[in-house]
Design a binder for this molecule. Structure first.
Ligand code: PMP
Ligand code: GLN
Length: 379
């Protein structure tokens, strides 16, 4: 058959996790924690099941959960949202991203994305008959060159996709970046899709600069987050989208036919847990900063050069002192010969980045981290 996505293969996350299993490598590739969600949260899910909350939830999400999300958004970002018209619970951030693009991007539109870009963005854009316009972020800072954005905007530009904290680099947007973005978009109809799944993982005392802090941007944005990242439960696939009523209205038209609703017992549990345990997300920066610092200290004697990590749970390492080859080849070698799975940046880029960088996930227990680093320092 004629493929609608001829350039798409199997995602690098599945490929590397399978190779990790085959080669009994320590898996620092695909981003997921190797520790459990909070016990009270797990108990709340099983309690919801025992209490018979096992049939369809409302398509847009349980009201108490949407209300809890609205309270959190107000508390953290000072932005009031209407839980009935502006918050939609989704089956992970992946579904929210797909539904937002499918609902809002039309054939022939252009969508600005920053490379390296999380791998689910472009296929969703391609499926609409739209075109991704790629703007590279350059190491070591991976910050946005706003002049390039200005130059890339055309009358066809429909959407700009931002991701902060950024996967894979950990770069974060500043308040100045948001001001510049707002200036650039003023007097245009461009929609912002803001992927903020790592919103609670920002380091060194910095505050997460959600586009929701910026009223002008909030008025034109769909903001996507994921409970998988915040509550150590990537396998539950629960996330949400916050957007003004008119955008949410269109978003929900697609969401209802992509999945209709999201896993009901987890929604019951999150509705309780968000309000009863705010310390979980408030303490997450310290929790992950300790992991980041430990991982970096363990890797210090290795021949990898460590890039700065302002947010998220990935460490980019420069391996050029170890091998002179592209990142796909290096990650293949590393999983086979080095016993550690990592993620190359090439699959996140429209054109090979030409860097000697690989991504390692530090959302890992001390034991896993030590086992991996023992192998990495030998290279
Ligand atoms: N966006 C980014 C930047 C991510 O890193 C991830 C998951 N790692 C997602 C979206 C998808 O989140 P979810 O698992 O909730 O679908
Ligand atoms: N988002 C995770 C990562 O960046 C992986 C999610 C997936 O496997 N699709 O590693």
């Amino acid at each position: 058959i004629t493929s609608k996505l001829p350039a798409v293969g199997t995602t690098i996350f599945s490929v590397m996790s399978q190779l990790a299993a085959e080669h009994k490598a320590v898996n620092l590739g695909q981003g997921f924690p190797d520790y459990e969600p909070p016990q009270a949260l797990r108990e709340a899910v099983t309690r919801a099941m025992a209490e018979g909350r096992n049939q369809y939830a409302p398509g847009i999400g349980l009201a108490p959960l949407r209300e809890a999300i609205a309270r959190k958004t107000q508390r953290l970002y000072g932005h009031a949202v209407n839980p009935d018209t502006e918050v939609t619970v989704t089956s992970g951030a992946t579904e929210a991203i797909f539904s937002a693009i499918a609902a809002l991007v039309r054939q022939g539109d252009e969508v600005i994305v920053f490379d390296p870009a999380y791998d689910c963005y472009e296929p969703a854009i391609d499926l609409q008959g739209a075109r991704a316009v790629h703007i590279p972020l350059t190491p070591p800072s991976f910050s946005i060159d706003w002049q390039r954005v200005r130059d890339a905007i055309t009358p066809r530009t429909r959407m700009i996709l931002v991701n902060s904290p950024h996967n894979p680099s950990g770069a974060v947007l500043s308040a100045d970046d948001l001001d510049t973005l707002a200036d650039l978009l003023r007097d245009t109809g461009i929609i912002v899709l803001s992927d903020e799944v790592y919103e609670h993982i920002v380091f060194d005392g910095a505050a997460h600069q959600s586009v929701l802090r910026h009223p002008e941007l909030a008025a034109r944005s769909v903001v996507v987050s994921s409970f998988g990242k915040t509550y150590h439960c990537t396998g539950w696939k629960v996330g949400y989208a916050v957007a003004p009523a008119a955008l949410s209205h269109e978003f929900r038209k697609v969401h209802q036919y992509v999945t209709f609703c999201t896993f009901h017992p987890a929604q019951v549990a999150f509705a309780e847990f968000l309000d009863s345990h705010p310390e979980h997300y408030l303490e997450l920066p310290a929790f992950y900063q300790a992991k980041r610092d430990r991982f970096r200290a363990l890797l210090a004697p290795s021949r990898f050069k460590l890039l700065d990590v302002p947010g998220g749970y990935f460490q980019l390492v420069d391996y050029s002192a170890i091998r002179d080859e592209d990142d796909l080849a290096f990650c293949q070698w590393l999983v086979r010969e080095g016993g550690v799975a990592a993620i190359p940046l090439t699959p996140f880029c429209a054109t090979p980045p030409g860097t000697r960088l690989a991504r390692l996930c530090f959302a890992k227990s001390d034991a896993t981290m030590e086992q991996a680093v023992e192998r990495l320092v030998r290279l």
